[in-house]
Design a protein around this ligand. Structure first.
Ligand code: SIN
Ligand code: FE
Length: 302
């Protein structure tokens, strides 16, 4: 795994864009010392004035671009004007990242879905979260309530703290590490999804939306179990290869967090935009978790 520093963002040739996609898919982090999506002074000073009070309820504040809505903030403590202001700032961030990556990662363009953005106003060091929600333990990402059905989770982060670094540790990517564990200790289970008939029945009684796990594919089932498995393995947490990075104020970076184990140890005030990239857009499908797990299971998983 490597950190690829992109000091100046050139206007990319198709070959260069493909090379960046390939590096991301192989588990590299693309790092921009100077963010290509800088915040305006107004947005920065507004965001730095925000601090969530009830940290146990929601880890972060989410912005959902498809419905232009926020969730996860302390509604009782916020004035409607402040909520509106926060939504404006997050909408601008979300749109700027999408505009930048549409060109920068051109091969993905037609095959990604703009997912949620998040604002992370809390100090990460010493957060009091239950084990499976802790982000200071190395993990690969999987969404408990939003199965991706084989799409990859690509995240673009910005450290918007005016002075402090955001301190990460990462480990070797999925394709290099998964066989230590699978299929011996944890295995993809092609049968572990609701049958088509079961899904239809669940929809008929209105359960499909109420119980999101019903909509998980066997792929999502494995990725969710693997997230928990890594956090719950103290041996691996202690002894796996670790690479530390401190992302400075004003920088951005991007990584496939579904395959690069990562943890945040310290830092405050980050913005993040998630993209779900469809399997058919992969320029190196052989290192994608879907392909690796399907070969292991000798079966379709999504
Ligand atoms: C995570 O995705 O686990 C947290 C990363 C961060 O907030 O820096
Ligand atoms: Fe994560």
């Amino acid at each position: 795994m490597a950190v690829v520093t992109i000091a100046m963002v050139p206007s990319a040739s198709p070959e260069q864009s493909r090379a960046w996609c390939a590096q991301l898919e192989a588990g590299d982090i693309l790092y921009f010392p100077k963010s290509p999506v800088p915040l305006s002074k107004d947005d920065a000073s507004f965001l730095l004035g925000q601090q969530q009070t009830d940290s146990s309820l929601h880890k972060n504040i989410a912005y959902k671009p498809n419905i232009d809505r926020l969730s996860g903030f302390d509604a009782k403590a916020a004035s409607p004007a402040a909520v509106e202001r926060l939504r404006d700032a997050m909408r601008r961030y979300s749109q700027s990242v999408a505009a930048f990556l549409t060109e920068f990662l051109a091969p993905y363009q037609a095959n990604w879905q703009l997912d949620y953005a998040s604002f992370r106003p809390q100090e990460e060091q010493g957060r009091d979260l239950t084990l499976r929600r802790r982000n200071d333990l190395l993990h690969t990402d999987a969404f408990p309530t939003r199965p991706t059905h084989g799409s990859r989770i690509l995240r673009f982060f910005s450290n918007v703290h005016p002075a402090r670094t955001r301190d990460w540790v990462v480990s070797d990517p999925f394709a290099e590490m998964v066989r230590q564990f699978a299929p011996g200790r944890i295995a993809p289970d092609p049968g572990n999804a609701l049958s088509r008939a079961g899904k239809a029945a669940a929809r008929a009684v209105g359960l499909g939306a109420a119980i999101p796990s019903l909509k998980r594919s066997p792929y999502d089932d494995f990725m969710m179990r693997f997230h928990n498995f890594l956090k719950e393995d103290p041996q691996w947490q202690a002894h796996c290869p670790k690479y530390a990075f401190q992302f400075p104020p004003g920088s951005s970076w991007m990584v496939y967090t579904d395959t690069v184990p990562h943890a945040v140890l310290a830092g405050q005030y980050a913005l993040e935009q998630t993209f779900l990239v469809r399997p058919q857009a992969m320029v190196r499908p052989e290192v994608s978790p879907l392909r690796i797990l399907e070969e292991m299971a000798r079966s379709r998983l999504a």
